[in-house]
Design a protein around this ligand. Structure first.
Ligand SMILES: *Cc1c(COP(=O)(O)O)cnc(C)c1O
Length: 399
């Protein structure tokens, strides 16, 4: 059939087709190019038929070569067998929960989620699962006895886990929870956004699905939104592909390429961010105008022992601290010169956020108090600047 071009055509017709669908001469790009194409042409009916059956490219919603490169990098990052890109972290969570149900071969009836789960995930479970008959149970996932009691009392389909919770950075015993889920016939879905695979790889500890807001550490530069679900068993991938093809939660190829670039330097960034986090957290803990620091790498953290036992050498690049009551939050923020106040995390920049004003704004002061979130609590996401400069900025603001 090729080449689908003729100089006998009208000039306008030639310009529609000129240069397109050329086969590539030898020499491959070292970095995956941006395939913005939404449709793919095949030379034979057989080949097109194969592509429509899932072996080849036919239409953007069903697959894109740039996205596939990004997905392979994500699978490698988390030690999984396959990955599916999604338009955001929230789409990844939604897709993983739907896929968990499909791989069980039954409708979801009961999900256990952490009591301090990410805000938008709370809303998703409340507005997009509960109204369809799914019971949402909440649990302090650091308390395995509480989890055991729930599992004994309910037939649970999915245990939803976050490693390093927001904003107090609680650490769960991932392997212990995954073992309980497997014994119970439940799937585990893990949001590993805050920990990153440099801190822990849940799939290697028995988790079924790992979700990321790739907007955060994977992309790392605050210039792109995206998500991914990585699976332990390749058979789970089909359910995710079905979600993308049918619900249309696909990541754009430009975003896939941007995040793929970010992943290449993630180990370098995250290693430095983790190394600075412990130094800055220790410095803050010793400061007279700081009431308390919540970092799992510090012996003062309630999950220090779990972190020491179950995490690797790294404890994350985020922590929270409480200003002493005598210090004005407003004045502190006003005096910061480099550190940015934002509502995200994981970028190359050192950033703070105020949970009472941002992530936990929707809660009443009493609800926040129950969760240990005071109005003086500041969440920190350490960037890749030199630790000395980060400390100097905090020092100036705390003086
Ligand atoms: C940001 C975030 C999400 C949501 O990701 P988006 O890319 O913003 O959709 C989910 N979970 C955690 C822990 C996050 O930090």
């Amino acid at each position: 059939m090729p080449p689908k071009f003729s100089t006998t055509w009208d000039y306008s017709t030639q310009l529609v087709h000129a240069g397109e669908r050329l086969s590539h001469p030898p020499g491959r790009p070292t970095t995956t190019p941006l395939y913005s194409s939404s449709t793919y042409y095949h030379d034979t009916l057989d080949s097109f038929n194969d592509a429509l059956g899932g072996h080849g490219y036919a239409y953007g919603r069903n697959g894109n070569p740039t996205n596939v490169a990004y997905e392979q990098a994500c699978a490698t990052a988390e030690g999984g067998t396959a990955a599916m890109s999604t338009a955001s972290g929230m789409a990844a969570i939604y897709s993983a929960l739907l896929a968990a149900g499909r791989t069980l071969g039954r409708p979801l009836h009961t999900i256990i989620a952490p009591r301090d789960v990410y805000g938008a995930t709370t809303v998703m479970l409340r507005d997009f699962f509960a109204p369809y008959g799914v019971t949402i149970l909440t649990c302090d996932m650091t308390d395995l006895h509480a989890l055991d009691a729930l599992l004994a009392a309910h037939k649970v389909d999915v245990i939803y886990i976050e490693q390093l919770s927001n904003p107090l950075f609680r650490v769960v015993d991932m392997a212990a929870i995954c073992a309980r889920a497997q014994a119970h016939g439940a799937r585990t879905v893990v949001d590993n956004t805050i920990a990153t695979p440099l801190v822990q790889k849940p799939l290697l500890l028995g988790a079924d699905f790992v979700c990321h807001s790739a907007t955060k550490y994977f992309a790392g530069h605050g210039d792109v939104s995206g998500g991914v679900v990585v699976v332990r068993e390749h058979s789970s991938y089909a359910a995710l592909a079905h979600n993308n093809a049918t619900v249309g939660m696909v990541l754009g190829p430009y975003e896939a390429q941007q995040i793929l670039r970010g992943i290449k330097t993630m180990p370098l960034r995250v290693e430095r961010q983790n190394a600075s986090a412990i130094v800055v957290a220790e410095w803050l803990e010793a400061h007279k105008n700081v009431a308390r620091v919540y970092y799992p790498g510090l012996p003062s953290h309630p999950d220090y022992a779990t972190a020491k036992r179950t995490l690797g050498a790294r404890m994350g690049a985020m922590f929270a601290f409480e200003l002493a009551e005598s210090v004005s939050l407003e004045r502190f923020i006003d005096r910061l010169q480099m550190i940015l106040m934002v509502s995200t995390l994981g970028d190359i920049y050192t950033m703070i956020s105020i949970p009472a004003l941002a992530s936990h704004r929707g809660l009443t002061p009493q609800e926040r108090a129950v969760r240990g979130i005071s109005d003086q609590l500041i969440r920190v996401s350490i960037g890749i600047e030199a630790a000395d400069d980060i400390i100097a900025d905090f020092d100036h603001a705390l003086a």
